[in-house]
Design a binder for this molecule. Structure first.
Ligand code: NI
Length: 136
């Protein structure tokens, strides 16, 4: 089994705010991310697929094709957008990095053709904070 990763990038705005809570509680739980007038992140997205190399090419998967899948179904819908209001697949969810990684998995996974499988969505919100999602 070999693991192949493609790295992509997008910028997006969001805020973390639970409307059933008071402003004080939102500020206490979410800190700066509760800022009413939004803020942005430079997200780094690493998508890892797994499988065995094709005997004819030696490749696991065409990286250009992988990049196109990620762009078409994830980053083009996210880049320079407000995650809370512009992105259909984040509708009704808290726009945390955790939920965003799960949503990106759901966007990409159906487009990875068998026998190659999606292994991991790794999403950096800052250079020092990232989440990983393995589909469960
Ligand atoms: Ni934030």
């Amino acid at each position: 089994m070999v693991y192949l990763t493609r790295r992509e990038h997008f910028n997006a705005a969001h805020k973390l705010y639970n409307h059933s809570w008071s402003r004080e509680k939102n500020e206490e739980v979410f800190g700066k991310c509760a800022n009413e007038n939004w803020h942005g992140h430079n997200y780094e997205l690493l998508v890892t697929v797994k499988g065995n190399p094709d005997p004819d090419t030696g490749f696991l998967f065409d990286v250009k094709r992988l990049s196109n899948i990620i762009r078409e179904h994830a980053t083009e819908k996210l880049d320079h957008k407000n995650l809370n209001v512009d992105v259909e697949f984040m509708e009704g969810q808290m726009c945390s990095t955790e939920n965003l990684a799960i949503a990106i998995w759901k966007q990409i996974e159906p487009h990875i053709p068998s026998p190659v499988k999606l292994h991991c969505i790794k999403l950096y919100e800052t250079p020092r904070i990232y989440v990983e999602y393995f589909g469960e």
